[in-house]
Design a protein around this ligand. Sequence first.
Ligand code: ADP
Ligand code: MG
Length: 303
Amino acid sequence: MRIAILSRNPKLYSTNRLKEAAITRGHEVRIVDHLHCFMDITAAKPTVHYRNEEFGRNHFDAIIPRIGASVTFYGTAVARQFEMMGVYGVNESVAITRARDKLRSMQLLSRHGVGIPVTAFANRPDDISGLIREVGGAPLVVKLLEGTQGIGVVLAETKKAAESVIQAFMGLGSNILVQEFIKESKGSDIRCFVVGNKVIAAMQRQAPEGEFRSNLHRGGSATLVKLTPAERRTAVRAASVMGLNVAGVDILRSNRGPLVMEVNSSPGLRGIEEATGKNVAGMIIEFIEQNAKAGKTRTKGRG
Ligand code: ADP
Ligand code: MG
């Protein structure tokens, strides 16, 4: 097959591993920087222009979008253009957009019966106390909707601290979520790597001493973990509700079972491959081999 990886940086571990795995399995690969693509969206036959090339409908059999959080808007537009051309995308643009919005994700997961921490949202509450009460009072977690890699996630230990943080974020005009703090997870969470309808690898991430955020970017450490059947089911269900074929589903172990914190549409490969020793990139390529067919993209860029 001819596969395009939409990625801004060919030097990234994940991009490299996907490229390597595709070549090993006998495919042709191109890394395409989506920010350097442009499109005539009114053309009768949709194409993508890239530097001095033009990609038509038969140029690639599949794309692997690896779109960073800061370029979601343009990156998904490029992915959508490929979908309109009938090129198979392992994750569809609509699903990526959905997953990037924390509030929308939480609403969807909750509507489909996937366990999530008690979460409230407000734009300009006159009643900050009410908002805090809604999630069971302090300690609680305040999250910026656009945050990533642990930045913009704050633990407020007291009601006073919670009020100040909420007021400060709102004063800056930021959209926030207020969430119940899952104490019993003790600074750790579980990253379930879902491909298709299976969890193909999982790791536990532990925050360093004195920190509650377990993000590897915040100094967290990763180890192998054995999942319970309920955790597997939850992760697969969460990915499927979001419409993602490849997803990193982050779960907190709580007293009332697994709770999904977020679903990542371009999950990193380094941490998970190093912690588990699994060929995650190879399994993604294998999934594409089994599923990529021209015109198989469900939405074809609609929606
Ligand atoms: P980001 O998108 O920035 O990674 P997350 O929502 O994943 O934001 O939060 C970052 C980290 O903070 C999580 O990996 C987890 O360790 C911790 N965390 C987030 N929400 C909660 C919560 N409700 N209870 C306990 N810990 C939490
Ligand atoms: Mg996270």
